[in-house]
Structure formats: C-alpha cells, structure tokens
Ligand binder design. Structure first.
Ligand code: HEM
Length: 409
C-alpha cells in the first residue's frame, strides 16, 4: 500500500507480496523493491519463514548444497508445510522436494534422458508450436492464453512422453486437473478434480510403461523403461510415475506463463518488438529478458539442516528460507536499469529457474518453446496489438501469469 507521497510501506509478511493481495497480484515489484531496499532478510513469524529479496543472497542460497528441500524437514506450522498435501511423504515426492542421497540417484538419469529427447525432437517441438499458431484465428480478437499459451506446453510434453494420439484429449484434461494442486485455496470441487486427474494420470503412465516395455516407441517413457531395465536408471516404477507427473505439473503452467508474459511485454514495448523483428538473432536473449523481467515462478525455498548464518543473519535448524526470484531479478546491485524491459543488452544471468542441485530441469525445453513462439507469432501476425481490456493476473501465490490475454489482429 502506498502513502500520500506514493511511498510503498515495507511489507511485514510474505503473504503481502503474493497474488493473494490485489496490489501485488497486479504488480508485485514495488513491494519487492521496498523489501530489497529496507528489509532484505525478512522474518515472517506468522508464515514461519525467512524471505530473501536480494540477488546475491538468493543466488548463494539456492546454490548452497547444505540446505534441504522436503517440507516435512521444516518446523511445525511453516508455510512450506501448509503448501503441501497431507500425503506428501518423502517416499512419495518427485525430485522437486527430494533430498540426498535420493535426489542424486533419481535426477541425473531422468535429466540425461530428457535432454537427449528434447534435442532429438527439436524439429517436432517446433512443428507443434507452428501448427498451434497456424490454427489460431486469422483475424479479429482472441484470447492468446487459450489459443496458444495453454495448448503448446501440454501438446509438447505429451509428444515427448509418447502419449497416444487417441488419448490426447483425456491427457490434456488430466493435466489441467492436476495443476489445480498448485492452488492452496482451491475449492472442494477442485480438490476432487485434482485427485481424480492424478489417479487417472498415474494409471495411464503405468499402462504406457507396460506397453513400451513390450514394444518400445520413440519417446521418453520408452527411454526410461529401457534405462531402468539395463540398470542405468535405478528408479522404481513408483518413482518413475511420480517424476513423469512432475514434468507435467512443473512444466505446463510455467511455460504457458513464459509465453503469455512475453507476448504481453512485447505488445506493451513496441521498441522491443521492433528490435526483435529487426534482429531475429536476439531471440534467445529476448527469452532470458522475459524470464528476468516477469519470472513465471516468483519464489523457491530451502530449509536449514543445521543452525547457520544465511545472508548474514543467524538462522536455525528446520527454519524455511523463501527466496524471491522475482525480486532478485530486479536487483539494481546486479542489473543496470532493472525496471527496464530491454532485450538488446546482454545482462548477468537471472534466477528465474532457481539454481544449484534443484535448478529447473525443464529450462531448456521452456526456452526452446518460448523462442519459437515469439518468432512464429509475430511473423504470422505482424500487426498484432492489445485491445482495451482489464488485465487479470492469476491469483496463485508464487506464480506470475495472466488468466487471459486478448489480442487483436
Ligand atoms: C518458464 C518455464 C519454467 C520456469 C520459470 C520454471 C521454474 C522452476 C523453478 C524456479 C524451479 C525450482 C528451482 C530451485 O528451487 O532452485 C523449478 C524446478 C523444476 N521444474 Fe521448472 N520451470 C519452468 C519450466 C519447466 C518445464 C518445462 C519442466 C518440465 C517439463 C519443469 C520441471 C521442473 C521440475 C521437475 C523441477 C524440480 C527440479 C528439482 O528439484 O531437481 N519446469 N522450475
């Protein structure tokens, strides 16, 4: 909240900077700046968490291997515990919250197979982007999120995993349903949909694994069951199913928002759109600048395994440290003119994908999809513009994306 002179009050709690609060939902950056400048290491006793907002502190914390990740390692009542499902036992978690020694056993073979797959399928992934853009309306006004930003990531991951064409409509529905799990204040009806979707996906992944064991295909599930059989991927079937699900939950909404936030930024910064059109070689840098400027995931967390100083403050065993990626990416200590969206300058690396051992496994895929979308979209619609509308940002804490984005051709 700003006072009469426009000064932003320094937030006292983490909730104040999430999309639960209307002002932060519309634009979290003024409050994050107030924290960065006045209280860069904030303790929130209600949420039982620390909150770091400076780039240097965030970077050092996400990279530090002495922290752990699983919410049940944190103190009673912490925000991390409140955000997980009751049955999120350490044995039922994906790599997202997996700790050592299991993280180092499960992630490397999955990451290696995933990256090999993405590289092998680059032209297929780009074809999905192109076809989706070509299928969008040729003229008039439409919602870019519904027509382009939502379908592309789910169609791409379905192709990578090897989902059968005839099961695609169901797969899209289940993917949407499981993502409801990201919303801690979902309705009972949404919880029921989430649970049904999650069971259906689980069952389908197991079916696919059996089918690909019998007759391997050209897809990630075939790769993983073969690596399992040869002993090169020491994962149980349960672990494989949980982590295939994590590729969906971790990758769909986030990539959707990278696409949506980017299109919105280019349409509201015509000089940057012109720069991209004039030099398509700026494509990769443009994606990085969108990630920096409006990070689709605004925060990640770590948990202390021992008492120690973090960001210069003494902290205790089992305390949670939330790292604001959105804030770190706008820190003037690291980025010149941080509040300018500028794709033409080479900037230091952002932290939109986190860092260290848990750095986003899907980063190369998200980058590949977004780069192709920006290129193809503005090629197909050279005169695309933003019509008059009230922009609605999603009310999901720790994520930043638009509910809809109407564009006019
Ligand atoms: C723009 C798109 C994306 C953003 C902004 C994003 C962001 C993040 C962030 C911030 C983390 C936590 C990192 C940390 O704590 O250090 C993460 C982890 C993860 N992401 Fe992404 N992500 C994106 C796309 C994807 C995609 C496309 C996939 C999969 C297909 C994916 C799957 C995952 C998984 C499985 C993890 C857990 C990794 C681990 O803990 O070892 N993400 N992501």
């Amino acid at each position: 909240m700003a006072d009469d002179e426009g000064t932003i009050a320094v937030p006292q709690s983490v909730i104040e900077v999430t999309a639960f609060m209307p002002d932060a939902r519309n634009d979290p950056h003024p409050k994050l700046k107030a924290l960065r400048e006045n209280c860069p290491v904030m303790r929130d006793e209600m949420a039982k968490t620390w909150f770091l907002t400076r780039y240097g502190d965030v970077r050092a914390t996400v990279n530090d291997r002495s922290f752990v990740r699983h919410p049940l390692q944190s103190e009673e009542g912490s925000i991390s515990r409140q955000l997980i499902e009751d049955d999120e036992a350490p044995s039922r978690t994906s790599i997202l919250f997996l700790d050592e020694p299991d993280h180092s056993r499960v992630r490397p073979p999955l990451a290696k197979a995933f990256y090999t797959r993405i590289n092998k399928m680059k032209s297929q992934i780009e074809a999905i982007v192109d076809e989706t853009i070509e299928a969008a309306p040729a003229s008039g006004r439409f919602d870019l999120m519904a027509e382009i930003a939502v379908p592309i990531p789910v169609l791409v991951i379905a192709r990578i995993l090897g989902v059968d064409e005839d099961r695609l409509p169901e797969f899209r529905q289940w993917s949407e349903d499981v993502i409801l799990g990201l919303n801690p204040v979902r309705t009972p009806e949404e919880t029921a949909r989430m649970e049904t979707g999650s069971i259906a996906l689980d069952t389908y992944f197991r079916e696919l694994m059996e089918a690909r064991r019998a007759a391997p295909g050209d897809d990630l599930i075939s790769d993983m069951v073969q690596l399992q059989a040869s002993g090169d991927a020491p994962l149980s079937d349960d672990e494989l199913v949980i982590n295939l699900g994590a590729l969906l939950v971790g990758g769909n909404l986030t990539t959707t928002d990278l696409i949506g936030n980017g299109v919105w930024l280019f349409l509201t910064h015509p000089d940057q759109m012109a720069a991209l059109k004039a030099d398509p070689g700026l494509g990769a840098q443009a994606v990085e600048e969108v990630l920096r400027f409006e990070a689709p995931v605004s925060a990640t967390s770590r948990i202390l395994e021992t008492d120690k100083a973090v960001a210069g403050c003494p902290m205790k065993h089992r305390q949670v440290v939330f790292c604001s990626l959105a804030s770190a990416n706008r820190d003037a200590e690291t980025f010149d003119a941080p509040d300018a969206f500028d794709i033409t300058v080479k900037r230091p690396s952002h932290v939109a994908f986190g860092g260290g051992p848990h750095i986003c496994i899907g980063a190369p895929l998200a980058r590949m999809e977004a780069r192709r979308v920006y290129q193809k979209l503005f090629e197909r619609y050279p005169d695309m513009r933003l019509p008059e509308q009230d922009l609605v940002w999603r009310a999901l804490p720790f994520f930043r994306g638009l509910e809809r984005l109407d564009v006019e051709i």
